[in-house]
Design a protein around this ligand. Structure first.
Ligand code: P6P
Length: 330
């Protein structure tokens, strides 16, 4: 077998990519890798055991919590907490941020992690791919309990790492530390992630647009005009419409094949639906590192200064030329 690199080997071999890190960021990425394997195991057997379906609770988003949502949230929090490297966590499943700083002044970890532990979980019951999305920053406050405004509400441009795990026909972990984007595929037989997609580059152009057209009548006029542009019999159009309803899956397809993903603001979701801190920011960091673009329609996602932990934002991302064309309609 030719020399194939595991995720663990890759993290160690590229340790020098992490400025100022004496191994902590590597350990944090390994923690995320570990938790993703546990979540993958549960997702893969969701249809077999009574883990599907709501647990009767709703999360901070007011969405019915799936058992797997809760399981994933718990596993990622446990894995991240075990290493004393992160001082705090923001999760889509939890209202306030979680401080990991010990009352005995232990754990002054230099990183904070923001995550959507199981995005697209409403698709679980119908066996559609779901994903985990994570974003990592260095803390700004030097020690002690992290401070929301300083440590968590940082612009996406300050991320030191971001990634997603897609639990699909195969399970992949795709991440960046600011030196390009690499994809690792899990071999269930060995339990290891192997470098399968080195240096992912989003094609500048694509033939796919991804949007929930059921919301068409509520979209801003510019978005409507762009969708009609995609559908027009002209030049290399009409484009293909592909919408899975799972951000990680729709984005990953566009990463590999080229395309543009749209989640606009609309009458129903005035600020859009997706969350800035743990959906748009990590996706935007990855998109740009792969040569793509990510905008809220008027501003680069990574330049937006957050104001709330769970704030929503419109998201348009994918192939650079397609995003630029879309922006010209807005
Ligand atoms: P809609 C899943 O709930 C999610 O957050 C993303 O994964 C997905 O892209 C989007 O919402 C789907 O939303 O309104 O089209 O069902």
């Amino acid at each position: 077998m030719e020399n194939i690199t595991t995720l663990g080997e890759y993290i160690i071999e590229n340790q020098s990519d992490f400025p100022y890190s004496s191994g902590e960021l590597s350990k944090l990425l390994n923690s995320i890798k570990l938790a993703s394997k546990m979540v993958n195991h549960e997702v893969n057997k969701a249809g077999l055991v009574d883990i599907i379906g709501g647990i009767g609770d709703v999360n901070v988003q007011g969405e019915n919590q799936q058992k797997l949502d809760v399981f994933a949230n718990t596993k990622f929090i446990q894995a991240i907490t075990n290493r004393d490297i992160a001082c705090g966590i923001v999760s889509e499943e939890v209202e306030d941020y979680i401080s990991l700083h010990g009352s005995d002044n232990t754990n002054n970890g230099k990183y904070v992690v923001l995550m959507d532990p199981l995005d697209g979980s409403s698709n679980i019951d119908v066996n559609v791919s779901v994903g985990t999305i994570f974003s990592i920053f260095r803390r700004i406050t030097p020690v002690g309990t992290p401070v929301e405004l300083k440590d968590f509400l940082q612009p996406g441009s300050a991320q030191v790492a971001a990634g997603y795990i897609i639990y699909g026909t195969s399970t992949m972990l795709v991440y960046t530390t600011g030196k390009g984007v690499n994809g690792f595929t899990l071999n269930p037989a060995t339990g290891s992630f192997y470098l399968s997609h080195p240096n992912i580059q989003i094609p500048e152009n694509g033939q796919i647009y991804s949007v929930n057209e059921g919301n068409y009548s509520h979209f801003p006029q510019g978005v409507k005009n762009y969708i009609k542009y995609c559908q027009k019999e002209e030049e290399n159009r009409p484009y293909t419409s592909r919408y899975i309803g799972s951000l990680v899956s729709d984005f990953h397809r566009n990463m590999i094949k080229g395309g543009v993903y749209l989640y606009p603001n609309c009458v129903k979701n005035k600020a859009g639906k997706l969350r800035l801190l743990y959906e748009a920011n990590p996706i935007a960091f990855i998109a740009e590192q792969a040569g793509g673009k990510a905008t809220n329609g008027h501003k680069r996602i990574l330049d937006i200064i957050p104001t709330e932990l769970h704030q929503r934002i419109p998201l348009f991302c994918g192939s650079s030329n397609m995003v630029e064309k879309l922006e010209s309609f807005l």
